[in-house]
Design a protein around this ligand. Structure first.
Ligand SMILES: Nc1ncnc2c1ncn2[C@@H]1O[C@H](COP(=O)(O)OP(=O)(O)OP(=O)(O)O)[C@@H](O)[C@H]1O
Ligand SMILES: [Mg+2]
Length: 406
């Protein structure tokens, strides 16, 4: 009859509306979660980047650059995975709560029973979560080794080829990769055992559930069918929570490791250049005086590489510092540049000591041609403007002519 047709049409329309609503919500949720995730990860990466950039040069002499590369790229990528898993975990928890609320209305007793089974399983799976944590820490060490080998290989490839020792790098990387594979397979073997146990336990739980519902609580068939449907939605959510928690645990050590690195750099932050210091240019009319300067790379009572030296550098003259390799010439140059601070002793420009307060201002005035020339992968103009962003084209040409490079 027409009434039946109408109600069918209404139900179908409702169905379409419901699916449309769900699709809209899912889309909104995805965009929201992506934004949340990237806000967080970008902030984490940027904070580390800035902490590294703001630290005194001395810290860099004690840390492998491949470890920094690993922290900024590898670690932060894993932090992103951990954050994503955390979001998924939250979602699984919310969904689970929703299902449980629905089933609570159908049968409070049976719902409590299902929750109990779920909680027992979550507790029983704790050893698998502990293994995930341990695996995560192993992964951090292995990936650090991988970054070290790759960066040493790329940094020294010319030497490696000239000595015909490329193969030793292949062997080293191969060993690291094999170790990572073995660690991963051991972990997957273990965690898939957890999944299998969970599946077995949940099917046993389900059987108990049906049996108790029918025999003990005399639920109607209709009620049991609905409860079963709910149970079949709930059980995978429990497993989801376990797997997402494992993902968080695997990747959390990356967060700890990059935070520890960041703390090291924050502890050695260079004082920011105050406006007053910016105005206080040091002059260089008469020259530089180096007075009883010593320097040691290591912390504490490390062996000094420069000890107690005193000499003068007259302004407007060319001075050559000569000595065997490793005698400390570059170290002295770095101190004169204001990159390294003397461990003891003083450096004076026209009688004014270079200190933590004016060291940045001093660096603004000094130019440096390093032993290993670094060029941006860009135009010559872009490279020159690194030091003088405001320079006009004519000024660039003048500088090139002065350097006999035009
Ligand atoms: N980052 C560092 N950490 C620890 N020790 C370092 C570091 N850089 C240099 N050294 C050590 O300090 C000493 C002086 O090194 P420096 O680079 O100043 O010598 P150099 O005279 O410039 O040598 P070269 O002629 O080879 O350039 C060396 O014994 C070197 O091994
Ligand atoms: Mg040198």
């Amino acid at each position: 009859d027409s009434g039946g047709t109408l109600s069918l049409a209404t139900v179908l329309c409702l169905l379409v509306a419901l699916v449309a609503l769900q699709a809209t919500f899912n889309r909104f949720k995805s965009v929201y979660m992506a934004r949340l995730l990237y806000d967080f990860v970008n902030r984490v990466r940027m904070n580390l980047f800035e902490s590294i950039g703001r630290a005194r040069w001395g810290v860099f002499t004690r840390i492998r650059s491949s470890d920094l590369d690993h922290a900024l790229n590898g670690d932060v990528d894993r932090v992103q995975v951990a954050a994503f898993s955390l979001l998924m975990l939250t979602q699984a928890t919310l969904l689970l709560t929703g299902y449980l609320v629905v089933s609570l209305f159908i049968s409070p007793v049976m719902t409590s029973f299902a929750i109990l089974i779920g909680l027992v399983l979550l507790v029983a799976l704790q050893p698998f979560r502990a293994r995930a944590s341990a695996y995560g820490r192993t992964l951090t060490g292995n990936r650090q080794d991988q970054y070290r080998t790759v960066s040493e290989f790329l940094g020294g490839i010319k030497v490696a080829k000239s000595l015909n020792v490329e193969a030793s790098y292949f062997a080293e990387l191969g060993a690291t990769l094999d170790r990572m594979k073995a660690d991963n397979i051991a972990f997957v073997r273990n965690s898939s055992l957890g999944t299998a146990l969970f599946q077995m336990a949940s099917v046993i739980g389900l059987s108990l559930f049906i049996y108790i519902a029918l025999v003990r609580f005399h639920l109607s068939l209709a009620e049991i069918v609905v409860l079963l449907l709910v149970f079949m939605r709930v059980a995978p959510r429990f497993m989801d929570m376990q797997l997402q928690t494992q993902q968080v645990l695997i990747n959390l050590p990356a967060y700890a490791s990059m935070q520890a690195l960041q703390a090291r750099f924050d502890a050695e932050r260079e004082p920011t250049q105050s406006m007053a210091a910016r105005g206080a240019r040091l002059s260089l009319e008469t020259g530089l005086n180096i007075r009883e300067v010593s320097f040691a790379y290591g912390e504490g009572d490390a062996r000094p590489v420069v000890s107690d030296i005193t000499f003068d550098l007259p302004a407007g003259k060319v001075t050559a510092l000569i000595g065997p390799s490793g005698s400390g010439k570059s170290t002295i140059a770095d101190m004169l540049l204001g990159l390294l601070e003397p461990t003891s002793g003083r450096i004076l420009a026209d009688g004014v000591e270079i200190t933590a307060q004016n060291r940045r201002a001093w660096r603004d005035q000094v130019a440096y041609v390093p032993q290993d020339v670094f060029l941006l992968h860009d135009t010559i103009a872009a490279n020159l403007r690194l030091a003088a962003p405001e320079a006009r084209d004519e000024e660039l040409w003048a500088a090139l002519r002065n350097a006999h490079a035009a």
